[in-house]
Structure formats: structure tokens, C-alpha cells
Write a protein that binds this ligand. Structure first.
Ligand SMILES: Cc1cc2nc3c(=O)[nH]c(=O)nc-3n(C[C@H](O)[C@H](O)[C@H](O)COP(=O)(O)OP(=O)(O)OC[C@H]3O[C@@H](n4cnc5c(N)ncnc54)[C@H](O)[C@@H]3O)c2cc1C
Length: 572
């Protein structure tokens, strides 16, 4: 069946929903999501959304901008950081007016807490900037925006999977979509298409992401000739529950939790004398990995402890209740009396589909791709540079999601409805047939091999030798994938088939991450090369762009936008 829209949004996380709310009611808006909208990963966000409201102590958006630039190790485009930080207070008050139930101060203002890398007075010490609703901030914002989208009568396709993008003469015109309940394949045509499909942390074995974070929108852009920006920058969050990787938010340290090594010592003051346990994530993850490598993990093992015991039961219950219940459910640990074992976990992708400040996707030649937009974790504005600060993603979603929605509203007026193109879904239908008939290796085994290879060779510490091994392995696994097979041959609710389809995106992006990481011979933010341990501004103060070619991803570059803050050595 064919569907027609003025605006098609793929992804019902906060980026997609915020964009949808910005598009006027007389536009036909379609919203596609793999999962029921409120199950999107945005709902898992725990710690908060950053904005210099100054409700708890003095703050300014210029300090927030500075932290975002410095936290991103100066790879952040500063016009984007300025937009993010200066628009943040408006964005948070807008959420409040929509009905988001934030925690409150005694005077009834939105409560705020400290978070990694957020400082007062350009780096002088931690500041309380994260607005939060206990440790389930994403949940309440997602539920609120979903309610608004229902009021607005956005046409929602829940449990529909985009399996390809359709282009006509360098214009995005539609998507091929699979209906989970029936197995039917549809074409959806639209004047404009927003990719808001989120991250792809599932590329790694230990990760904090939900099952749906497989990077489909990002990979489909790459497959269709659109470059991907800064893909080597993968964030490892310091405190994943050991050994599962499930996240324990930085809010735990924002509320006063500390990291302890196997000698019973607080080690962060040695690595970051000013911010200590609240240094940016790249710094804390490297510190934990360094302690573990030096044999100072707990009992010499590959984890350290997150200690909340001194916070007291009532504070933990009131501010960190989800976190303490995770410790109880997954490990049987009572966080009021016992420390929690933690280890770095793949958490967030700084790289993605390159866009301008209004969500318009930018091609290799620097010009905009007509009809195509990206926002949220799938996009690279680039506002997070080489390392995102905690609470800046939720903010990115609502600030740049809104701007993308505005751009779509303006641009759609001047665009014709696309004419359906015969045979657009043929490739997808053929791929489904091939997978169902194949007798090759099973998808689960192929995925496990990919995740292991990425975790072993391209994690917190990287070097040429390991990454070359990793790349060989991923290319070999891609060979196995050509004949991937599945057990379920049915049409209805065939998640086996869809997981096999998603694996193509994960494998494609794993290769792009490795090639980009091998190429960048310096250390910056989350990308740490043991063989090139220094940041090298002379040669590498530039964004990388990976474009699909017959020989694999090809790398080119574009300049970083520097407006207010000249690059300096980072000290925390
Ligand atoms: C555990 C956890 C805690 C976090 N805590 C915080 C925090 O406290 N503060 C903060 O700022 N950030 C936090 N983050 C980061 C932040 O939550 C994410 O970066 C952000 O939610 C991504 O939002 P999004 O709208 O881009 O995509 P998502 O919310 O991930 O949504 C993606 C959407 O795309 C859809 N989709 C994907 N592929 C397809 C396809 N092929 N077809 C159809 N639909 C598709 C999915 O169904 C989903 O609706 C956290 C992340 C995690 C994992």
C-alpha cells in the first residue's frame, strides 16, 4: 500500500516527537516507530536535561556553552553550542508548560543538580544545572510529548520498520516500511523526511542502549551516498552495572556518589583535581579503565565500585530510586549499605548524519539534500564534538528537534508531493525472501561476533594494531552476513527477520566506526589512541566525513566552527 504525507518523521523518541509538534496542524504528518512510541530509548534517560536556569545557584548560558565546547574537546561547532546553551532555558520552561513534572526546590522552582563537566565561571567548579524528575527524566518528558502528539492527531505508525529510504534525483522522497503485525511492505511518500532514529550503541557488546538502537536511519543515509560525520567518537559511560552494561546515571555522582578502587581509595581526585568524580565522561571512563588495567579493580577484577552508602536511605529513595532498584533487581545489592560494581559501557554516539543548525542534511559537497532532515542522536550538528556532556542530549533533542520541525514546515510549502516510483520496494522484498530461504549462519551468532570484536578492539583505549584486527574481523563477519539465516519463516510479528535486517545496519556502522577511528591519528575526547596519546590541533582540529565507496568507507574532512573559545589544553 502507498501512503502520502507532507512530512514523514522516522522515530518517535524526543527528537521526532518534538519536531512533529512544531509542524502546523494543516500539514499531513506521519510518524513511524519500530516500537510503541513511548518505548523509544529517550524514555530510559535518567539524570536530567541541562539549562542554565540558575534556580539553585548562579549560572549563565555562556558558562554552559563553554562547558559544551571544552567537554567536546574543541571539536564542537561553536555556533551549535551557542544555539543549544542560549535556547536551553526557553526549551525547559516550554517543557514545564507542557506539563512535565520536574522536581521542585523549596520555593517551587524547577530543582537542579550537578552533572559531569558542567561548571560555574568557566571551569571553576561544579554547578547545579541539570533539571530532573527523580532519575526518570526521559520517561516523563517522553510521556508528555507523546500525549501532545496524540492531541495533535499526528498519524502514528506504531511497530512499523523503515527498511530503506527512497531518493529521486538527490531528493529524499519516501521510505520503504515493513508492518510488524502483518509482514506487509508499504511505500510512504512525503515532501520531507526527518530521520530521528536515535543511536546505535548495540554495535558493542557492553552497552546501555535498548534493543532498537541499531542505527537504521544513519546507515540508510550512508548506503545512499550521504557522508557520516565524526563516527570515531563513541561515548563510553563510566558507570554501567558490571557486567551487564545497564546504566547507572551520572546523577548518582551528581548527588554525591563516589568511585572507589580495589584498594578502597577514591581515585578520581588524582585524575581530575577540580571536578573529581564529576569530570566529563571520557575522563572518568579512562580513569576507571586505567585503574582496572593497573590491577586496582575490585579484587583485581575488571570493575570498580560506585559508592552511595554515605548519601543515606531517604536521599537515595527520593532522588535515585530507579538506580537503587536497578542495583537490587540486577545484582541483589542494597545500595544504601553496599557499593555497586560498575564498568564503562557504550552509551552514546557523538557522530551521525551531518546537518546544519536547522536539521537540514548536508551532503559531501556542503550543499543541503532536498527534503531530508535529521535530529537527535542520529544527527551530528555537531554540538557534542568529541565527547557529549551528560544532560546535553535531552536538550539537543528538544532544541534541534524543534528547529528541524520549523525548517520542515517552511520547506514543505515550496515542494511538490513526490510521484510514486514503481519498484521502489523490490530490493527490500527480495532481501526478505533471501533471508527466509537462506541456510547460512544465524543472525544471533553473527551479531555476537560483531559486538565482541568491537568491544575488544575499539573501546575506551584504541590502537592501530587492534583496530586493524577488528576491521578484518568485521569484514569477515560481513561476508557471513551475506547468507544470514533465521528460524522463523512466518509473516506475522517476525522479530527474528527484523533483527536480521537490523544487523546489516549495525555491521555497516561498525565498519564506518573502525575506519574513522583508524584514520584519526590523535587522541581527542572519547577517541583515545594509545599510539597517539596527544591531541593534535595542527593536523586534526577538523571533522571527519565517511562516505560509502566500493572499497569501503572513504574519509574526507570539514572545518570546525570556532567563534568564542580558542582551543586550550583541557584540565578538570
Ligand atoms: C540509559 C540511558 C540514559 C540516558 N540518560 C540521559 C540523560 O539523563 N540526559 C541526557 O541528556 N541524555 C541521556 N541519554 C541519552 C539520550 O537519552 C539519547 O541520546 C536520546 O534519548 C536519543 O533520542 P532520539 O530521539 O534521538 O532517539 P530515541 O529516543 O532512541 O528514539 C529512536 C526512535 O527511532 C525509532 N526507529 C529506529 N529505527 C527505526 C526504523 N528502522 N524504523 C522505524 N523506526 C525506527 C525507534 O522506534 C524510536 O522511536 C541516555 C541514554 C541512555 C541509553
Amino acid at each position: 500500500m502507498d501512503f502520502f504525507f507532507d512530512a514523514l518523521i522516522v522515530g518517535s523518541g524526543l527528537a521526532g516527537l518534538r519536531a512533529a509538534l512544531e509542524i502546523p496542524a494543516d500539514y499531513k504528518v506521519g510518524l513511524i516507530s519500530k516500537v510503541f512510541p513511548t518505548r523509544s530509548h529517550s524514555g530510559a534517560a535518567q539524570g536530567g536535561i541541562g539549562a542554565a536556569l540558575g534556580n539553585e545557584e548562579p549560572d549563565s548560558w555562556e558558562w554552559h556553552m563553554y562547558d559544551t565546547v571544552k567537554g567536546g574537546d574543541y571539536l564542537t561547532d561553536q555556533d551549535a553550542a551557542e544555539t543549544l546553551a542560549s535556547d536551553a532555558p526557553r526549551a525547559v520552561y516550554e517543557l514545564e508548560h507542557m506539563g512535565v513534572p520536574f522536581n521542585r526546590t523549596a520555593e517551587g522552582k524547577i530543582a537542579q543538580r550537578a552533572f559531569g563537566g558542567h561548571t560555574r565561571d568557566f571551569g571553576e567548579g561544579p554547578v547545579k544545572r541539570a533539571c530532573y524528575a527523580a532519575d526518570r527524566t526521559g520517561r516523563v518528558v517522553l510521556d508528555t510529548l507523546y500525549g501532545k502528539a496524540l492531541e495533535k492527531k499526528v498519524h502514528i505508525f506504531s511497530e512499523y520498520y523503515m527498511l530503506d529510504l527512497i531518493f529521486s534525483q538527490r531528493k529524499a522522497v519516501g521510505a520503504v516500511v515493513y508492518e510488524l503485525a502483518t509482514g506487509n511492505v508499504h511505500a510512504v511518500w512525503s515532501k520531507t523526511i526527518l530521520i530521528a532514529t536515535g543511536g546505535y550503541g548495540r554495535v558493542f557488546k557492553t552497552n546501555s542502549n535498548c534493543f532498537t538502537n541499531t542505527g537504521d536511519g544513519v546507515y540508510f543515509c550512508f548506503r545512499n551516498g550521504i557522508p557520516l560525520e565524526d563516527m570515531e567518537f563513541v561515548q563510553f559511560h563510566p558507570t554501567g552495572i558490571y557486567p551487564l552494561g545497564v546504566l547507572l546515571s551520572e546523577a548518582a555522582r551528581g548527588e554525591g556518589g563516589v568511585l572507589i578502587n580495589g584498594l578502597g581509595t577514591r581515585f578520581m581526585p588524582e585524575y581530575a583535581p577540580t571536578l573529581q568524580d564529576l569530570a566529563p565522561r571520557d575522563v572518568v571512563s579512562r580513569a576507571i579503565s586505567t585503574e582496572i588495567r593497573a590491577g586496582r579493580g575490585i579484587n583485581g577484577g575488571d570493575y570498580v565500585h560506585l559508592d552511595l552508602t554515605h548519601l543515606g536511605a531517604s536521599r537515595i529513595e527520593e532522588k535515585l530510586s530507579d538506580i537503587s532498584s536497578f542495583a537490587r533487581i540486577y545484582l541483589g545489592i542494597d545500595s544504601t549499605s553496599q557499593p555497586i560494581p560498575v564498568t564503562p559501557t557504550c552509551h552514546y554516539m557523538m557522530g551521525g548524519i551531518p546537518t546544519d543548525l536547522n536539521g537540514r542534511v548536508v551532503g559531501l559537497d556542503g550543499s543541503v539534500i532536498t527534503g531530508l532532515y535529521a535530529a537527535g542522536e542520529s544527527a551530528c550538528v555537531s554540538v557534542h564534538g568529541a565527547n557529549r556532556l551528560g544532560t546535553n542530549s535531552l536538550l539537543d533533542l528538544v532544541v534541534f528537534g524543534r528547529r528541524a520541525g520549523k525548517a520542515i514546515s517552511e520547506d514543505s510549502k515550496g515542494l511538490e508531493s513526490p510521484q510514486p516510483i514503481e519498484g521502489s520496494a523490490v530490493d527490500v522484498v527480495e532481501k526478505i525472501r533471501r533471508i527466509k530461504n537462506s541456510k547460512g549462519k544465524k543472525a544471533a551468532g553473527i551479531r555476537a561476533g560483531m559486538q565482541q570484536a568491537m568491544t575488544d578492539t575499539c573501546s575506551v583505549f584504541r590502537n592501530k594494531e587492534d583496530m586493524e584486527k577488528g576491521l578484518d574481523e568485521i569484514r569477515r563477519i560481513k561476508g557471513d552476513y551475506q547468507s544470514v539465516s533465521i528460524d522463523n519463516k512466518g509473516d506475522k510479528f517476525n522479530t527474528d527477520l527484523l533483527e536480521a535486517m537490523e544487523l546489516e545496519s549495525l555491521l555497516g556502522l561498525a565498519e564506518v566506526i573502525l575506519v574513522s577511528a583508524l584514520n584519526r591519528t590523535e587522541s581527542r575526547g572519547a577517541h583515545y589512541r594509545e599510539d597517539y596519546p596527544e591531541r593534535d590541533d595542527q593536523n586534526w582540529l577538523k571533522h571527519s566525513l565517511a562516505t560509502s565507496s566500493p572499497d569501503g568507507p572513504a574519509i574526507s574532512f570539514k572545518p570546525v566552527k570556532i567563534t568564542r573559545f580558542e582551543p586550550k589544553a583541557r584540565k578538570f
